[in-house]
Write a protein that binds this ligand. Structure first.
Ligand SMILES: Cc1ncc(COP(=O)(O)O)c(C=O)c1O
Length: 389
């Protein structure tokens, strides 16, 4: 009998999760209600952050975070080329110019050295970014302390794209604490650490940013008389005081989120355990294993191997296809964003960010999710060993 394919990532849904969603379906609220507030409080408390705003995706979260930071036409946003397109697109939604900072060859996160060099040059040319979005690739935090020091020196706002990283830690503090940033964003897409189906969240310690995020995620409408331009006409009255969106999360999604948060630590421990098993089983092969910075405890959203193509004597595509043929649904993270046709049309070229481009030629993402059994992981390990022979 042929074994079932092993995906690269998938959600883990318990009976308790299902019951939590069913309970909401028979309650008074389906759209934003008490469960969304509870989910926001639960995540904020986990991170030790003052405020959280739940939205319908991390993409929406990044968009309103950029708007709350005041990003607009004529401004510049920098992010990593080794990310999902949403980390860059949020700048374009605001009419800003987007540029990238090449990656660190060990962590595959934005390189702090390249960032510093680029800032020095941008300062000379009067083209400093207003917003920088470091992406915690694969769940491992960027060097936030160093990035925050540069933010102080050059005056940009830091928004952490922590889509991969809920449950991870940096210098002992939960990712999302916003100790070194203005805002942090999580994704709750099903392949991520916890899920709400679709969903995202912005965290911040700033009451002013929180107020802006609340307005922006729901049409720019306020019901608070203190924020109104005119006098309330009556108890029905609300005012739209700026242009916002309908990015609200539903109570149905939030119920799943609250229930999943109870297992966050178990999920990350399991991912760490599986990552360690991969490390031990693949160490002798011609490849580079994920390197871990001592300041970071990764949530291990992804386990990326980097092939030593010189020693291997075969191409990455061959290895990728051999694994897929065995039902191992390997994936690839990421095609450098600046090489996407949309960004090429804005003036980016091959060779602009050589480290990210070299990395892209050599990597494969192996299956990793909390529900991956040791037996299925052994199948992946055997298939990788065979493919690299
Ligand atoms: C780094 C990163 N940022 C942003 C996003 C967008 O997340 P969402 O699908 O919740 O909009 C993703 C999703 O894959 C991501 O990996």
């Amino acid at each position: 009998m042929k074994s079932a394919p092993i995906p690269y990532g998938r959600q883990s849904i318990s009976q308790q999760d299902i019951q939590a969603v069913v309970d909401v379906l028979s309650s008074d609220w389906l759209t934003r209600g008490p469960m969304v507030e509870r989910f926001e409080r639960t995540v904020a408390d986990h991170c030790g952050t003052a405020h959280a705003v739940a939205v319908n995706s991390a993409t929406s979260a990044l968009h309103i975070a950029c708007l709350a930071a005041g990003l607009g036409p004529g401004d510049i946003l920098w992010t990593s080329p080794n990310t999902f397109v949403a980390s860059a697109n949020c700048g374009r939604y605001c009419g800003a110019t987007v540029d990238f900072v090449d990656i660190d060859p060990r962590t595959y996160n934005m390189s702090v050295d390249r960032l510093e060099e680029k800032l020095e040059q941008a300062a000379r040319e009067g083209r400093l970014p207003k917003v920088v979005i470091p992406v915690h690739f694969a769940g491992q935090s960027c060097d936030m302390n160093a990035i925050a020091r540069l933010a102080d020196r050059y005056g940009f706002t830091v928004i952490e794209d922590a889509s991969h990283a809920i449950g991870g830690r940096y210098q002992g503090k939960p990712v999302g604490a916003c100790h070194y940033s203005a805002m942090a964003v999580f994704s709750f897409h099903p392949v991520k650490i916890i899920t709400t189906g679709e969903g995202g969240m912005v965290l911040t310690n700033s009451p002013e940013l929180h107020e802006r995020l609340v307005l922006l995620h729901s049409h720019g409408i306020t019901r608070d008389p203190a924020h109104m331009v005119g006098a309330a006409h009556g108890p029905w009255y609300y005012e739209q005081i700026e242009l916002g969106f309908n990015y609200r999360m539903t109570d149905i999604q939030a119920a799943l989120g609250v229930s999943q948060m109870k297992r966050l630590e178990d999920f990350v421990e399991r991912r760490q355990h599986l990552a360690k098993r991969y490390d031990d089983a693949l160490r002798d092969l011609p490849l580079t294993l994920p390197w871990q910075h001592p300041d970071a405890y990764s949530a291990f959203h992804l386990y990326v191997i980097r092939l030593d193509l010189g020693r291997l004597g075969k191409g990455r595509r061959e290895v990728f296809e051999a694994l897929r043929a065995k039902g191992i649904q390997v994936n690839l993270h990421y095609i450098p964003v600046h090489t996407q046709p949309y960004y090429r049309a804005l003036g980016f070229h091959d060779g602009d960010f050589p480290e990210a481009e070299q990395y892209y030629q050599e990597v494969i993402t192996l299956p990793l999710y909390a529900g991956l059994s040791d037996i299925d992981q052994n199948r992946v390990i055997d298939a990788v060993r065979e493919a690299l022979q």
